[in-house]
Write a protein that binds this ligand. Structure first.
Ligand code: NDP
Length: 477
């Protein structure tokens, strides 16, 4: 018998979306000096949610000047124990308003409410709590007796984890005494603007955090601004390279967290049901819009058929649909542009001879949707095995020996993450020493914690976020 789930929608009444949003500058919401406004959509329905200000060069100037004043006069001069109080306040307010943030994130981004509610928002609060704890202990963090902040940080973030990426950027910068100008992605500005309200409510000195909404042009203006001491960017490798070229020789410090094409390696002695859950979480969490997604499944040949069968069975139970329904596993693709990219790479997979499979599932008529998809018979030269798809698409390859697994896993220009599934601790350590990836998960996948450094090698970028290593990225030590 098939079990039907009754609808379990989260109420959207818990959040009030304004018709129009300004820029968050010097502690106040302000109209842009020269830019216009743009519309942000609900990707699940294509319904316009709000219009948002687009910051131009004069607004970037105002924001950087406000951040510099705050750095020199208030925040930068404040003892760490005082800064900590503000960060704890932000963390607590995020918890108090958690439902509001979760609903708004799902509306603007398209991700399922169970993820925004159980992952994005709690982790964002955890990042503020964790870094609040460091603010008065920096002299004991191993960076010398009096590590100094860098000054004013320009931070550009993507649309896949809008609130969480804002927290990853702001919390360590503020804890270490820097002030910030943050640019959220054009398709997902709303939770950053709600965070601006929280920052106001927490009473942070004006100018400590400034939030400039806009598109890539705003991001380009921001990173090029001569008044910044540090740039932190998360997004595509292509834009990361452009930023690196743009600021070369300027003396600005830089951290880049870019793309990935992670291998999730399953050995024949792995607990298969757990591995199946890990594979599903690895690639279908957040519709695969995850830089560290386990998008290449490497299975030991002897178990490939069994694993593939169990995986298909599991995928037929995933529910795709309304992101605000608490039973939804797969939400909407964030934008038309991203859907086009996923569709064209999936078509390339078929053209190059891989076999495409999706469970039976009906896609809603409005909005941007793509079914969970698995490609088998993939070879290393296929585009779907080399390029970041950033969608719910898994490429399955096989291997026979551990050496072959390592060679295939490392055969990528990226190096952000990897997964290993085996019952042997010695094999986990053997693999972890050889995999060229910033994070290696063993018998689990997509686990995040503010105390654990995250970042990549090669084309996945450089610098770490989280943990003690993440503090170093914002200190003159
Ligand atoms: P981008 O790298 O273009 O966007 C990331 C952020 O940078 C956004 O805020 C964007 O603004 C901004 N930006 C764009 N151009 C510039 C620039 N020249 N200088 C400074 N900032 C800039 O990613 P996209 O959203 O276009 O996604 C494209 C592809 O990138 C995806 O398909 C995916 O493969 C990959 N990606 C990877 C991510 C990761 O974490 N690894 C995250 C996001 C994307 P705006 O969006 O408003 O134009």
């Amino acid at each position: 018998m098939d079990w039907e789930y009754a609808p379990a929608p989260e109420s959207r009444d818990v959040v009030t979306i304004k018709r129009e949003y300004g820029l968050f500058l010097d502690g106040e919401f302000a109209e842009p000096k020269e830019g216009g406004h743009f519309t942000t959509l609900n990707p699940a329905t294509e319904e316009p949610l709000a219009t948002v200000a687009e910051a131009g060069p004069a607004d970037v100037d105002r924001a950087v000047a406000a951040a510099r004043r705050a750095y020199e006069q208030t925040w930068g001069a404040m003892p760490g124990r005082e800064r900590a109080k503000y960060l704890y306040r932000v963390a607590r307010l995020l918890q108090e308003r958690a439902r509001e943030f979760a609903v708004l994130e799902s509306l603007d981004n398209g991700k399922p409410i169970k993820e925004s509610r159980d992952v994005d928002v709690p982790l964002a609060a955890a990042h503020f709590f964790y870094h609040a704890g460091w603010a008065d202990k920096l002299s004991y963090a191993g960076f010398g007796p009096a590590p100094r902040p860098l000054g004013v940080a320009g931070q550009v973030i993507p649309w896949n984890f809008p609130l969480l990426m804002a927290a990853w950027k702001l919390a360590p910068a503020l804890a270490t005494g820097n002030t910030c100008v943050l640019k959220p992605a054009e398709t997902t500005p709303l939770t950053a603007l709600l965070l601006a309200e929280v920052i106001q409510e927490a009473g942070l000195p004006p100018g400590t955090v400034n939030i400039l909404t806009g598109d890539g042009a705003t991001g380009r203006e921001l990173v090029a601004h001569p008044g910044l001491d540090k740039i932190a960017f998360t997004g595509s490798t292509e834009v990361g390279k452009e930023i690196q070229r743009a600021i070369a020789g300027s003396g600005k410090r830089l951290t880049l967290e870019l793309g990935g094409k992670a291998a999730n390696v399953v050995f024949d002695d792995a607990a298969l049901d757990q591995a199946v859950e890990g594979i599903v979480n690895g690639i279908f969490f957040n519709q695969g819009h995850v830089c560290c997604a386990g998008s290449r499944l490497l299975v030991q040949e002897s178990i490939a058929d069994t694993l593939s069968e169990r995986l298909r069975q599991r995928l037929t139970t995933l529910r795709l649909g309304d992101p605000l329904d608490k039973n939804t596993d797969i939400g909407a693709i964030n934008s038309r542009q991203q859907l086009d990219k996923i569709e064209s790479l999936a078509a390339a997979g078929e053209d190059e001879g891989a076999q495409r499979w999706s469970p039976p599932c009906r896609l809603p008529e409005k909005g941007y949707w793509f079914p969970p998809t698995v490609f088998s018979g993939v070879s290393q030269s296929h585009r779907i095995a080399r390029e970041e798809i950033f969608g719910p698409v898994l490429s399955v390859l096989t291997f026979r020996t551990p050496d072959e697994a390592v060679a295939k896993a490392n055969n990528t220009p990226y190096g952000l993450s990897a997964g290993v599934w085996t019952e042997k601790g010695s094999r986990i350590l053997w693999m972890a020493r050889r995999l060229r990836a910033g994070v290696v998960w063993a018998n689990t996948y997509n686990r995040f914690d503010p105390s654990s450094p995250f970042g990549g090698y090669q084309e996945s970028g450089f610098g770490r976020e989280g943990g003690r290593a993440g503090l170093a990225a914002y200190l003159n030590a």
